[in-house]
Unconditional design. Structure first.
Length: 396
């Protein structure tokens, strides 16, 4: 009998070994995920409870699969690393890596259900590749629930806290004015029910409920506020909006200058740009409502404008800082390269046949536009490591 070729099995074993390394990292990262930890320690309800139960089962399958895959790889590697392989060893190695060598479960067949020639046990088996595919699906299930639940908490808990503060503020102002708190109390009850649901069932908490509570708070606040108070308050907020608009203009000018300073010097993918429309027309529309005395219509629109303006201001400042960071990072790398070059020259390694090409490659990466910072950093690190190794070799 001709022994089976082991080349496909070698390739598959290498793929499995690489996959196991990635699996270990990803499983540890998933275990350390804050949302995953919160899900484990929370008494979940509703959709989230059902989804996390499935995800927990998937996680159990993942760790079992990782164990089985690791043990199989160890067996296969022991077979393969023998100095001389017999035909039987080759067949065993090929079966281990490519055959249905993984036992997923063993079930005992009740005596009443067996035939005379029937087996007493039934084993469910699969190939390592099939096990890996099943593990990928299980990982996707667990990650999907953890990510979605974490995003729901991260997105809605701050909003709920903001609304709770607004409820307290409106209630205090209403009581101080001697008005009825019935409307704001109802908003508080609705918010309390939503917050309790969000805590235990983030996947089942309807985000629209927050919008409903916000509308109730705005309405209660409008009923509490007299026309004069509202006008004074909104006049002040309009002044703040004008100040914010000026900050936006300054930030836009600074961000544009910063983007221009790095344009063509770095990869376009690394340059941060904020592309967005002008918010001033919307502020002008709010001012028109104020001029027409439509004060009750201004508050939600001005709040929305202010939110968008602050987000835009944050984005512009982040873009400016990011682009400035490109220049700083490049200059820092240039300084490092010069220092390493000086060190090489001081050790008589200025014309070293192995080091010089590495230095020239790093210098070209740093002084050629557009500069790919990642590639430049890797080139500088490669030169540093080679120089350190060469110096160490001479001092042994």
């Amino acid at each position: 009998m001709t022994a089976p070729s082991i080349a496909p099995a070698d390739a598959e074993l290498l793929r499995l070994e690489t996959a196991v390394t990635a699996i270990a990292t990803n499983l540890v990262d998933l275990d350390d995920n804050p949302a995953r930890k919160d899900l484990d320690k929370t008494s979940l309800t509703g959709r989230t409870a059902a989804a996390w139960a499935d995800a927990t089962e998937a996680l159990g399958q993942l760790w079992d699969g990782y164990r089985m895959l690791t043990e199989l790889i160890a067996r296969a590697r022991t077979l393969r690393d023998q100095r001389r392989l017999s035909d039987a060893d080759r067949a065993a190695f090929v079966h281990e890596v490519l055959g249905k060598s993984v036992t997923l479960s063993t079930a005992t067949v009740p005596l009443a259900q067996r035939g005379l020639l029937g087996a007493g046990q039934v084993r469910t088996t699969c190939t390592p590749g099939e096990l890996l595919s099943a593990m990928e699906a299980a990982f996707a299930t667990a990650v999907d629930v953890a990510v979605k639940a974490g995003e729901a908490w991260q997105r809605m808990l701050p909003v709920a806290a903001e609304l709770a503060a607004a409820v307290d503020n409106v209630r205090a102002l209403t009581r101080a004015a001697g008005g009825s708190t019935a409307a704001i109390d109802e908003a508080d009850r609705r918010l309390g029910r939503f917050t309790a649901l969000l805590a235990t069932d983030p996947l089942g908490a309807p985000e629209n409920d927050l919008s409903g509570v916000r509308e109730m708070i705005v309405k209660a606040d409008a009923e509490r506020t007299s026309a004069a108070e509202l006008r004074d308050s909104l006049s002040h907020r309009l002044s703040e909006a004008h100040r914010l608009a000026l900050e936006l203009d300054e930030a836009r000018t600074k961000a544009d200058a910063g983007a221009f300073a790095v344009a063509d010097r770095f990869e376009e993918k690394d340059i941060m740009r904020v592309r967005s429309g002008d918010l001033r027309p919307d502020l002008t529309a709010v001012e028109a409502l104020a001029a027409a005395g439509q004060w009750t219509l201004i508050s939600p629109r001005l709040a929305e404008w202010t939110r968008r303006a602050r987000e835009r201001l944050t984005a512009l400042r982040a873009a400016d800082a990011g682009n400035a960071g490109l220049l700083a990072a490049r200059n820092e790398l240039r300084g490092r390269l010069d220092a390493f070059r000086a060190k090489a020259l001081s050790r008589g390694l200025g014309e070293h046949t192995a080091l010089t090409p590495l230095h020239d490659a790093a210098r070209a990466a740093l002084y050629t536009a557009p500069c790919d910072l990642a590639a430049a950093r890797a080139a500088v690190n490669a030169y540093q490591e080679a120089l350190t190794a060469e110096i160490a070799r001479y001092h042994r």
